[in-house]
Each structure stands twice: as C-alpha cells, then as structure tokens.
Design a protein around this ligand. Structure first.
Ligand SMILES: [Zn+2]
Length: 316
C-alpha cells in the first residue's frame, strides 16, 4: 500500500514536472523559439551554425578532440536529445557504437531514424572507399559502408551545408530566406578560402603520406596527396608489430616523409615509425574543436593546411 502511494506521488510529481514548461512558457512563444539542433559531431554543428545562424540553438554530442567512432555515452547526452527538434548525424555507421541506443532512450519521437527531425548528412556528400561485395563488421572494420570522414573536403562541406539549409527551411518555412542568405554567404566565403588552401597545397601535389586511421581520403583527393599506407592494419584495428614492420619497409621504399596522426591516438607507434624512417609525425585535426582555436569549419582547414605544408616544406 505504501509502495503504491509512493508510486502515485511519484507519477503525480512527474506530471507536474512535465507540465512545467507549458505553465512557464505559454504555447504562443513556442513558435518563435529557436529550433533546437543537436549534432553527433562538431563538424556537423559548425556547418549547421553557418546556415542556421541565430535561428537555431546548436549543440554537438561528441567533442572535436574525441575519436568519433568511440564516444562514451553520458546521461547528459540524453537530456540534449530529449529536447532536440533536429538531430544531424554523420552516418555510414560512424556513430553506430554509441548513438543508436541514445536515440532510442531519448524517447523523443521527433529525432528517431526516419522521422522529420533525423538528418543523415552522408546523403549529400561524395563518399569514397565504398566497399564492393559484402562487408561486415566481423573483421573489425569500422568503415563498412564507405569512408565516413567525408567532411574533410570543402566541396563536401558545401554540399552538407546546402542539405542542412534545405532541412532547416522545411522545418521552419518562415525562415527560408534567412537560411538561403546564410548559405550564400557561407558558399562565398568558402570559395575564397578554397582558393587559398589550394594555392598553399599546390606545390606539394602528389606527395606521399601515411596516416594513422583512414580519416583523410576526401582531403587527400581534394589536394592530390598520395596516401600509401596506414598505421592501423584496418580501420579501427590497433597497429600490430608485423604490420608496422611492413609499413616501415614500404615507407623507406616510397620515401614517405610525413605521417598524419589524429589527435586521439597514442603517438608511441607513429613516433617509433618516424624515427626509423626519418618521417615527421604531424598531428592533424580531423574535426572542429580538436584544438581550442579551431572554432569553425574554416579554421579547421586553415590549421591542417598550415601544419601539413610546413611539414612538406621541411621534408624537401
Ligand atoms: Zn574512421
């Protein structure tokens, strides 16, 4: 009996809590409130912010210095997802290890897979390394549907921003012109920045590099870099001694002088490979927020291009 009374009180209390927002914020103001956008990663947040401006509230779940394949789920993520109007994911199973249960547990019907407020940005981008034939995660490969690090080509950034702009306009038709104008401004600034990045990278066309993870195929294609090997034997599989030995031989043969490493990997193996091959280890940022000063999509490329061109120039 006591138990029941408690449950009743609890349920009653929860109903009051659920009603509070309605009591505090009458429905009239709700329409004018900002669209609550949650993104899986900081890069999607940066692009959404470019087009959404002050008409959206934006939050990313993963931090820019974290490996987006392996994010530790926190209860605070659920709170964000519960309130979201729109969830933008990278897709291609990048977030499969941590996001799907959070979406389900959020109990928010607006952002469930297939709902209007669920947007998979991979549909807008050029996707590389799409496997042919049947691929499963049984081998541990974390890229079974193609390479999910596609935002690292500014052209894909442009396409994603356009896709987000259209989704925002669909959800907030009264702000269509605003989102369009924001996209046009982003597009112009991106075109200007692309010319700078291309100019800076041009002298190093065809340069051979090794990367830790397969994070850079879109970047490498855009700037004509030749990725000849990876420290990981397969995406998501830690380096093994035999693979490392083969890689060192390959790098000596091909005269590879630069190793690109994502900030969330241990530098022990890269440094050891570097000292045995004379290659420089460069910690490149795959995401906005990887370092404090990298606060938007433009600064991400500014940072990486500056670092990489410096390393290439030193290797000449
Ligand atoms: Zn990956």
């Amino acid at each position: 009996m006591t138990h029941r009374t408690h449950s009743f009180h609890f349920v009653f209390l929860m109903s009051i809590v659920a009603l509070l927002p309605l009591l505090l914020f009458p429905t009239g103001t709700q329409a004018a409130s900002k669209l609550k956008v949650v993104t899986a990663t900081t890069d999607m947040a940066a692009l959404a912010e470019e087009v959404g401006g002050d008409r959206i509230d934006i939050e990313s779940i993963a931090r820019g210095y974290q490996d987006p394949h392996f994010v530790e789920a926190k209860p605070s993520f659920l709170l964000k997802l519960r309130k979201a109007d729109l969830l933008i994911v990278v897709g291609l199973q990048l977030e499969i290890g941590w996001l799907p249960p959070l979406i389900t547990q959020s109990g928010n019907p607006r952002i469930q897979v297939g709902a209007q407020g669920y947007l998979d940005a991979s549909q807008f981008a050029e996707i590389l390394e799409i496997p042919t034939g049947v691929v499963t995660r049984a081998m541990g490969d974390v890229h079974p549907l193609g390479n999910p690090h596609y935002w690292l080509d500014p052209e894909n950034g442009r396409r994603i921003a356009r896709g987000i702009q259209q989704k925002l306009a669909e959800m907030r038709p009264e702000d269509t012109a605003y989102f369009e104008q924001r996209f046009q401004s982003f597009n112009q600034r991106l075109s200007t920045a692309e010319k700078t990045w291309e100019g800076e990278m041009k002298p190093f066309r065809g340069r051979k590099v090794v990367t830790y993870h397969r994070s850079w195929p879109n970047f490498a294609k855009r700037y004509d870099l030749d990725v000849v090997g990876y420290i990981e034997p397969r995406p998501g599989i830690p380096p093994s001694p035999s693979h490392t030995l083969e890689l060192i031989e390959l790098m000596r043969r091909e005269h590879v002088k630069v190793i690109m490493v994502e900030p969330y990997f241990d530098l022990k193996t890269p440094n050891s490979i570097g000292s045995q091959t004379g290659a420089q280890v460069v910690v490149m940022l795959p995401s906005v927020g990887g370092e404090k000063e990298v606060t938007d999509y433009f600064k991400l490329f500014d940072y990486d291009v500056a670092l990489l061109t410096k390393a290439f120039a030193a290797a000449q």
